[in-house]
Ligand binder design. Structure first.
Ligand SMILES: NC(=O)c1ccc[n+]([C@@H]2O[C@H](COP(=O)([O-])OP(=O)(O)OC[C@H]3O[C@@H](n4cnc5c(N)ncnc54)[C@H](OP(=O)(O)O)[C@@H]3O)[C@@H](O)[C@H]2O)c1
Length: 259
């Protein structure tokens, strides 16, 4: 067997269909790009159309199969409509990446019902509802990959973790519950745990060079994360080669969590 064929057997995603939420920006955009370049047909889901179009145009210009669905994952109806629209493009997905997330960051004492509900809706409930929609089908077909994107704050509290940390901790528990249910049927369910990654999500913080430098110094690699750092781990978790990896939280954080 040629090295090319060997690598393809482990990692290629030809013929697979992937849905990536938040695939128009930051980490999700890099993951969608990685899955598409590895051969998957990718549907990205987010709200803003201009960003969705730009992300898909970039991929199609690169010879990839990609499409977009505009939807608000902050409401149950929005999530359900997004799922149906996404499945209508290339068929039922083999790979679901629950990456869309928000971090509203008020101090704990100011976490009101609105902050709590919005955070839980986008960060926890949308991943649950999308998985409920697609997971059983993956199990019936005997192959599936569910990948959630969580946070250091699923494991430790800092910089006003508040409702955000709670939502991400619960998302890792959700991955384990799903792994228990669906792994016997070929569906692995894992989470990618970023460190501090330079994306629009934390644009305001990035103007504070001292804070950014201190965060980089907390890693072992010596720099903050970039969206493209997630490409390899995402392709691995989406492919055949990770068939025996399930229920896990995989830290892509430059050593942040172990420093
Ligand atoms: N950057 C970091 O340092 C870091 C660290 C730890 C964890 N994370 C996690 O990594 C994930 C991606 O973060 P990022 O930094 O790449 O963020 P980002 O650049 O702000 O991208 C967020 C994506 O989610 C979409 N989105 C947000 N709210 C949505 C909604 N209600 N409905 C549909 N789509 C929605 C956004 O598009 P629209 O706004 O157009 O909807 C965008 O595509 C998040 O789950 C985040 O919590 C990031």
């Amino acid at each position: 067997m040629s090295p090319q064929n060997y690598l393809s057997e482990l990692f290629a995603l030809d013929g697979r269909v992937a849905v990536v939420t938040g695939g128009s920006s930051g980490i999700g955009k890099a993951i969608a790009g990685a899955l598409a370049r590895a051969g998957a047909s990718v549907v990205i889901v987010a709200r803003r159309e201009a960003e969705l179009v730009a992300a898909v145009d970039e991929l199609t210009a690169d010879g990839c199969r990609a499409a977009w669905v505009s939807a608000d994952l902050g409401t149950r109806d929005g999530v359900r409509a997004a799922a149906e629209k996404a499945a209508a493009v290339y068929g039922e997905p083999d790979i679901l990446v629950n990456n869309a997330g928000i971090n509203l960051r008020p101090p704990m004492g100011e976490v009101d019902d609105e902050v709590w509900d919005r955070t839980m809706a986008v960060n926890l409930e949308a991943p649950h509802l999308l998985s409920q929609r697609f997971g059983p089908g993956m199990a019936a077909r005997g192959f599936g990959r569910i990948i959630h994107v969580t946070s250091q704050q699923a494991h430790r509290a800092f910089v006003d973790s508040g409702a955000y940390g709670v939502s991400k901790g619960a998302l890792e528990s959700l991955a384990r519950s799903q792994a228990e249910a669906w792994s016997p049927h070929g569906v692995t369910c894992n989470t990618l745990v970023p460190g501090f990654v330079l994306t629009p999500l934390n644009a305001r913080l990035q103007s504070d060079t001292e804070k950014i430098g201190a965060l980089a110094a907390r890693t072992m690699i010596g720099r903050n994360g970039l969206p493209e750092d997630f490409a390899g781990a995402a392709v691995f978790l989406a492919g055949r080669g990770s068939a025996y990896v399930t229920g896990q939280s995989i830290f892509v954080d430059g050593g942040f969590s172990v420093h």
